[in-house]
Write a protein that binds this ligand. Structure first.
Ligand code: CTP
Length: 425
């Protein structure tokens, strides 16, 4: 029951965010126009209101009636249509929208936008726009890679427009390459980021997440049940607040986070190397502000990794596998930070997943592992395990802080933890 409540509360937060947000969606004339119908549905499902403005070419792919039916609002396509504002639709639509999304942004539409042309309702509305504007391009790979298109993209980015995609993959024209419209979830997330307060702009977060795998042979490994969800939720919250995020992660079944630098690794040694590499790159310019280590790093690895599959023989029982200790990322960072002035070192946050007496064991861990904050959870508690979408955590610090948060969605824990870290900057 608790679980359902927290899931609903997380959904409630998302719905609250989008509630009555006004989106003007400009649809360009490309085959991907049919895919924006799902985008309209996704925006509406979150509580946003969508008005569609299409180019003449867009209506060759999807009819105005379809846009009207799916969005629940009249379709706008004619610059000279005497609308409610006496032919001033382009000004009203630009002014009243919380966000303008251009999807699919064709090569032609972006060329017009880059040069400030305004010879139809869509381009006139874009030119009249003062607030945030998100562009999701889609086209043939050769058109995308053409220097003229790339010049226009750079110019539009310079004008402050936010780009989402295109993505690589199979294209409608039969070719493979860059040019696919970004997925609906990616565009929704990009849209949300355009509207969030950028309280962490200029800050850089480094995170670890997920399990590590320690290979025994080409087919077997030692690992744990970590799903990576907690790390993903924290990274997402930091990205939404405008931070730059580097996410070093073990093997997980989660989609890459839009806008994050994703660094996939396999073993604890790989993870250690990737984190130290980032730390060493950033340290001279002090361009790292927080390090949050959520990964369930394997403490040990097999001393020998067999290059061939280990065969079963009758003399093998009991089977003994000799293990050696993995490097400890948190300990090493704590050691490095110990030699630095307070104001020069990033805030270091560790996680402790315990099974019983969690706070007490957390305190012991904090004494051993020199981090600024330790987030403790008890895996034996309902709703606080590895694979679930919720967590119940207690925050400990070196000055005796002990703050227990109620059972919440991992998204909510992530957002609150990012706030707690930001409060320490
Ligand atoms: N950690 C790490 N590198 C390791 C092991 C752990 O960076 N090789 C980090 C984890 O990401 C986490 C914190 O240290 O932030 C605590 O991890 P945990 O496995 O609970 O701690 P251990 O010191 O290994 O203690 P335990 O005996 O409970 O496993």
């Amino acid at each position: 029951m608790d679980n359902i409540d927290t899931k609903l509360s997380s959904l409630g937060c998302t719905l609250q965010f989008w509630h009555k947000k006004k989106i003007s969606l400009v649809v360009g004339g490309g085959i991907a126009a049919y895919r924006v119908l799902d985008l309209i549905r996704g925006l509406k499902a979150q509580g946003a209101e969508v008005t569609v403005i299409g180019t003449e070419a867009a209506t060759r792919f999807v009819t105005p009636l379809t846009f009207h039916a799916i969005s629940g609002h009249p379709f706008y396509g004619d610059l000279f249509h005497p609308g409610e504002e006496g032919g001033m639709d382009h000004i009203r639509l630009a002014r009243e929208a919380d966000l303008v999304i251009v999807a699919p942004a064709t090569a032609d539409l972006m060329a017009k936008m880059a040069h400030g042309l305004a010879n139809d309702l869509a381009t006139a509305m874009i030119l009249a726009r003062r607030g945030p504007l998100l562009v999701a391009p889609a086209m043939n790979v050769a058109m995308w890679e053409h220097p003229a298109t790339q010049r226009n993209v750079e110019r539009l980015k310079g004008d402050g427009l936010v780009f989402c995609g295109p993505e690589a993959g199979a294209l409608a024209c039969g070719e493979e390459g860059m040019g696919r419209l970004a997925g609906v979830d990616t565009i929704l997330e990009a849209a949300r980021r355009c509207l969030e307060d950028k309280t962490l702009a200029g800050k850089h977060f480094l995170l670890t997440a997920g399990p590590t795998r320690e290979e025994l042979d080409p087919v077997r490994y030692l690992s744990n049940h970590s799903s990576g969800k907690m790390g993903w939720a924290i990274a997402q919250a930091a990205l939404r607040a405008g931070a730059q995020v580097t996410l070093v992660h073990g093997p997980v079944h989660l989609p890459p986070l839009w806008g994050a630098k994703m660094v996939p690794v396999t073993s604890a040694c790989d993870m250690f190397a990737a984190v130290m590499d980032c730390w060493e790159t950033c340290q001279p310019s002090r361009s790292l502000d927080a390090i949050i280590l959520t990964a369930a790093v394997a403490d040990f690895r097999p001393v020998v990794r067999s290059s061939e599959k280990i065969k079963k023989t009758s003399s093998m029982t009991p089977m003994n596998i000799e293990l050696e200790a993995n490097p400890d990322i948190l300990l090493e960072l704590g050691r490095r930070h110990g030699a630095m002035e307070n104001h020069q070192r990033p805030i270091l946050v560790g996680f402790a997943a315990e099974t019983g007496r969690a706070v007490e064991r957390g305190r012991e861990k904090l004494a051993r592992k020199p981090c600024d904050l330790l987030v403790v959870n008890d895996l034996m508690e309902e709703g606080a395990g590895f694979m679930v979408d919720t967590n119940r955590v207690t925050l400990l610090d070196r000055d005796g802080l002990e703050e227990t948060w109620p059972l919440m969605s991992k998204d909510a824990v992530g957002a609150r933890l990012v706030e707690a870290v930001a409060a320490r900057f």
